[in-house]
Structure formats: C-alpha cells, structure tokens
Design a protein around this ligand. Structure first.
Ligand code: DGL
Length: 258
C-alpha cells in the first residue's frame, strides 16, 4: 500500500478527462490536480517554454509528497517528458507511451489518425512512437488549435463545436483508430463518434487509468481522503466546465507556481 497522493497537471480543464477515468478505476487514490490556467494554452508555446512550465508544475506537486506524477497533457508529454525524467526521481507518466503500448499489445490497426495541439503535432512524438512500436502503421496527423480553447469555454456540444470538428476531421481518410492526442478532446468525443462511427476513438485517460490499475502501488480506502484542485489563475471558466466534467461541484484553490 502507498497512501501518498497522485499528482497531475494540465494547462486547464483537459486533464480532468484523465482525472475522471482514474477516479472510476481507482477511487481510493487521492489526487492533487494542478491546472496551469495562467499559461493556457500550452499548444501554441515553444518547446523550451513548455519544458520550463512542466518543471514548475512538477516542483509544485512534489511539495505534496506525491508518489507519482501524471502529465495529463499531450503537449507537455510530447515536448517535455523526456527532459523532466532526466531531472526528477519521482516516476513521471505521460499520455503517449501507455497508449502506444496498449495499441501495440491489443490492436491491429493499419491506419491511425491523431488529433492534437499544434505543438504536439509539430513535435512528431506520437508518430515516432507509434512507428517504432508498429513499423507498418500509417499515421495521419491533424493539428486542431481551436479545440482546447473551445473546451475551456465549455463549447463542446453546440453547433460551432460540430462545424469545427467536421472541418478538422475531413482531412482524415478512413481510419481504424483516431487518437485524441490532447486531453481536452475527449470532451468532444460524442460529436467525433457521430462523424466517425466505424473508427475506434482512443481516449488516453481511459488507457492511463488501466495502466495505473496494473502498475502502481495503490492506496487503501480512507474516509478522510480529499482531492485538491489548484489553479494558477482563477479568472477563467474552469469551475463551470469542471463541474460538468466531474458531475459534481469541486473545491478549487488559487496558487502561485514559481
Ligand atoms: N490538454 C492539453 C494537451 O493535452 C493542452 C491544450 C493546450 O493548452 O493547448 O495538449
């Protein structure tokens, strides 16, 4: 048993799609969540900038004696995971490797699409990892810079969301699977599925939750266990969207991350 909390972060509400799946599978785990709303969006920032922000977020979470850190952000995973793993001793898990391993071990996909932020697509990390694991796979990359800001606004099921998704996915040929390579995108999963009914839609949060279930030393049930959500800027729509994602009111605190 390891009752220390799990730390996780994202630029905003997107990481809560990972949080939600972890809570379903591992309800005894205490989670400390950091939304770096002051620096949102991560998807349009330089690699160097993302590495610095990721280091700051990790150092904030380390103050809570976390047993591991989940980078619940595709952009930070693709651009900073390798660097920060060299610096910190705490286990750090991103959203890419567990997903690639899951696909390699369980699926026979030939054509995989990836939707992600501009920074993630530019890094080419998904494509490199997938081709490394499955040499004959064909990858189709599509950057979708409008989706994370729309998700932060809670615009995930209106007409604008439908038109925007339609515009982005028209790029893809017939796919076996579509990876939602940004943690904000599972919020649009219903619409995407309507447009692509025959394609497997991969929500990385679900994969991470199963990965943790099989790979971590778990916490025991505790009545006093309470999750904490911290934001680096409260002047945002986080609370409204978070309440919808988590289906219950959440307590949120303001912090400064240096
Ligand atoms: N949720 C993030 C990701 O997975 C970040 C989106 C953003 O801040 O641009 O990439």
């Amino acid at each position: 048993m390891d009752n220390r909390p799990i730390g996780m972060f994202d630029s905003g509400v997107g990481g809560l799609t990972v949080y939600r799946e972890i809570k379903k599978k591992l309800p005894n785990e205490q989670i400390i969540y950091l939304g770096d709303t002051k620096e949102f969006p991560y998807g349009s920032k330089s690699k160097q900038n993302i590495i610095e922000l990721t280091k700051n977020n990790i150092e904030f979470l380390l103050e809570y004696d976390v047993k591991l850190i989940i980078i619940a952000c595709g952009t930070a995973t693709s651009q900073a995971l390798k660097e920060v793993r060299k610096i910190y001793k705490v286990p750090i898990i991103g959203i890419i490797d567990p997903t690639v391993n899951y696909i390699k071990q369980n699926k026979q996909y030939k054509n995989i699409g990836i939707m992600a932020t501009r920074g993630t697509i530019k890094s080419n990390t998904w494509e490199k990892s997938l081709k490394n694991a499955i040499p004959d796979v064909k990858i189709y990359n599509k950057e979708c810079p409008l989706l994370a800001p729309m998700a932060e606004e809670g615009w995930v099921d209106n007409e604008i969301a439908k038109l925007t998704i339609k515009e982005y996915i028209k790029y893809f040929p017939k796919l076996d699977a579509l990876i939602l390579g940004c943690t904000h995108y599972p919020l649009f999963e219903k619409i995407i599925k309507e447009y692509m009914p025959d394609t497997d839609i991969i929500n990385t949060g679900k994969v991470i939750a199963s990965f943790l279930e099989n790979n971590i030393e778990k916490a025991e049930l505790s009545k006093n266990m309470q999750d904490h959500i911290y934001l680096t800027d409260m002047e945002c729509n986080f609370i409204t969207v978070a309440n919808k994602i988590l289906n219950s009111p959440v307590e949120i605190k303001d912090v400064e991350v240096k």
